[in-house]
Write a protein that binds this ligand. Structure first.
Ligand SMILES: Cc1ncc(C[n+]2csc(CCOP(=O)(O)OP(=O)(O)O)c2C)c(N)n1
Length: 589
């Protein structure tokens, strides 16, 4: 047994659970903290995995695979479930064929997200079971349990992870794969064709299933009372269990792993064993409100102590419950702040320099390029959700056609494929003169270089058809589509100015690969100190390779990728390739 014990992250363990559970199809759209689930699942040859264009298509593909009888896992970050929520709500009615587990990886604390919504509400909203592992071993086990539960109760199952579970490592004892036979699609219109007449008949089934699931949760081994002192009862799930156990080890615990539907009888039994219940949960009072609605005989508290924001931790629980303050460990002492910046050689940088100089309203989107909102570029005026750049620019034009002359929408290639195509179609339909910049760096860079339908490669690294973005835009009815070199500042500027004047929708594709896709670079650039006037125009690019010393710019040649942007901006001929300046090999910075 011992040789099968390995240390793995929660995400690796979720993938392992899917593999061991006989999953043969995996779908996902990348998004932190969920991305590594599909990346790991894709390493098993038995599992057919590929990136989907977005989370809605990922879930729909999972539904189809399940209808065919396969066991299937689909994974997404919390906001991805918003995108997938349309099929999810009706999937609850149809139920499944093969077991279907949807992993929602939430991000309390917003380590890398635009909000910290609590996706436990989705399980309640869709009336489906919710599983919340507290470590990697449980993550694997709960996937196996979820696949069985899904088939037993004819329901999709949501497994909710959070950043700390997905990205922390703990031990897992590896098991064997149990093959699951794919039986083939069995026609059943009353189950799968959700016309009102059939859907009306499915709704009571959902409600009955909910009650049956509640009974199942009552006796599930995933929910357990851990007896300790009767003075204090702590109810918790997920990573909050780890924090609470560490902070107050001698309390009595109700640890919920199968946390929705709430096992109310078990909660009552728990309440009879303790004098007070403290609900330890991150974000919303999901359990607390349900407990309060049960009118238990003992006090129930939670959010009045811990609040609604961000992550918890053992030290917070200790402080709020026991009044024991932990002195913060100053790990940051002496370490300079490192705000996120675009990488040296990033193909997005020059475009934002131009947008800033043109003083445009920039409807932004989500990707590495969102960093264009920060100093020193400060050239993005909105960021809502993936794809919103195009729709918001269109909305502005609908409110005031003239605004389109000073507004652009900016979107990355992966985000355009995810959810930029349909609003562009709306722009064409409305004859709105918006200007859309597609910053095509050939990859989903922000989440760590995942492929998408435009990159020419599959998740498993095999060649795949690549959508031609120019032809796609033309096919959508955009009359003006131009492609420019993202590093050619003058061309980018002139093209944007020209397209802003056009009285119809236009698309400018700025193209250069993400710098991390390159393995070779031209020789680094160098600042000729005699010519440099210290005007700092180059510094305004925010390139980490450029800094300022003794009133002059200097270039760190170890990280300069020779993109040439700073050379183009320098009006004093002070920046050039090192050899042109006779300084080959010289290091700076
Ligand atoms: C609905 C949703 N799904 C996933 C994400 C995570 N995410 C943020 S940006 C992004 C894609 C970025 O790729 P691209 O648009 O090509 O820009 P790049 O980072 O390459 O510049 C992803 C997957 C998210 N924020 N929202």
């Amino acid at each position: 047994m011992a040789e099968n014990r390995v240390i793995m992250t929660g995400n690796e363990a979720i993938a392992l659970g899917a593999y061991e559970g006989g999953v043969s199809v995996g779908t996902a759209y990348p998004g932190t903290p969920s991305t590594e689930i599909l990346e790991n699942l894709g390493r098993y040859p038995e599992v057919n995995c590929n990136w989907s264009a977005n989370e809605k298509t990922a879930l729909e593909e999972a539904i189809g695979a399940s209808m065919e009888g396969a066991r299937v896992l689909t994974a997404m970050k919390h906001v991805g479930v918003n995108v997938a929520s349309d099929p999810l709500m009706t999937l609850s009615y149809t139920g499944v064929g093969g077991g279907l587990v949807l992993v929602s990886a939430d991000d309390p604390g917003m380590h890398s997200s635009q909000n910290e919504q609590d996706n436990r509400h989705y399980a309640r909203f869709a009336k489906i079971p919710l599983l919340e592992p507290s470590d990697s071993e449980e993550a694997r086990d709960y996937v196996l349990y979820g696949l069985e539960l899904s088939e037993k109760f004819d329901t999709p199952v949501m497994l909710r992870s959070t950043t700390r579970i997905s990205h922390s490592r703990s031990t897992v004892v590896k098991g064997k794969r149990r093959e699951h036979k794919v039986e083939g699609f069995k026609k059943d219109p009353a189950k799968y064709v959700m016309l009102p007449g059939f859907a009306r008949l499915r709704h009571p089934i959902v409600e009955e299933r909910f009650l049956a699931l509640q009974e199942e949760a009552e006796k599930s081994p995933l929910n357990r009372i851990e007896k300790g002192s009767s003075d204090l009862g702590i109810l918790c799930s997920g990573v909050a269990y780890q924090y609470a156990r560490e902070a107050i080890p001698d309390a009595t615990f109700l640890k919920l792993g199968f946390s929705h539907p709430l096992p109310k009888k078990l909660v009552r039994e728990f309440s009879s064993m303790v004098k007070e219940i403290i609900v330890v949960e991150e974000l919303d009072p999901f359990f607390e409100e349900q407990l309060l609605a049960m009118h238990l005989d003992i006090p129930v508290r939670g959010k009045e102590l811990f609040g609604l924001l961000g992550e918890l931790g053992a030290e917070i629980i200790r402080e709020k419950l026991l009044n024991i303050k932990t002195e913060p460990i100053e790990i940051r002492q002496g370490i300079p702040g490192r705000p996120p910046v675009m990488c040296p050689g990033c193909s997005h940088r020059g475009v934002f320099h131009v947008l800033k100089k043109l003083k445009l309203n920039v409807m932004g989107d989500i990707g590495c390029y969102t960093l264009g909102a920060l100093k020193p570029l400060e050239a993005i005026d909105s960021c809502i959700c993936m794809g919103a750049s195009v729709g918001t620019a269109l909305g502005m034009a609908l409110a005031n056609r003239e605004s389109a002359k000073k507004t652009v929408a900016v979107i990355g290639d992966s985000t355009f494929v995810h959810s930029g195509i349909t609003p562009l179609l709306d722009a064409v339909y409305n004859r709105a003169p918006i200007t859309l910049l597609i910053l095509d760096n050939g990859i989903t860079a922000m989440t760590g270089h995942q492929h998408h339908p435009g990159t020419g490669s599959s998740l498993k690294g095999e060649p795949a058809p690549a959508v031609d973005l120019e032809k796609l835009c033309l096919a959508l009815g955009v009359g003006r589509v131009k492609v420019v070199d993202a590093f050619d500042i003058k061309k980018v500027r002139d093209t944007i100015k020209e397209e802003l004047e056009a009285d119809e929708p236009s698309v400018v594709i700025t193209r250069q690969p993400c710098v991390f896709m390159l393995t070779e670079f031209d020789e680094p650039h160098f600042v000729d100190r005699e010519n440099c006037t210290g005007c700092k125009v180059c510094i305004g690019l925010g390139c980490p390779a450029l800094s300022f010393k003794d009133d002059k710019a200097i270039i760190n040649s170890t990280i300069c990728t020779a993109c040439g942007l700073c050379e183009q901006l320098c009006r004093f001929d002070a920046i050039k390739p090192a050899s042109a300046a006779g300084k080959a090999g010289e290091q700076h910075g």
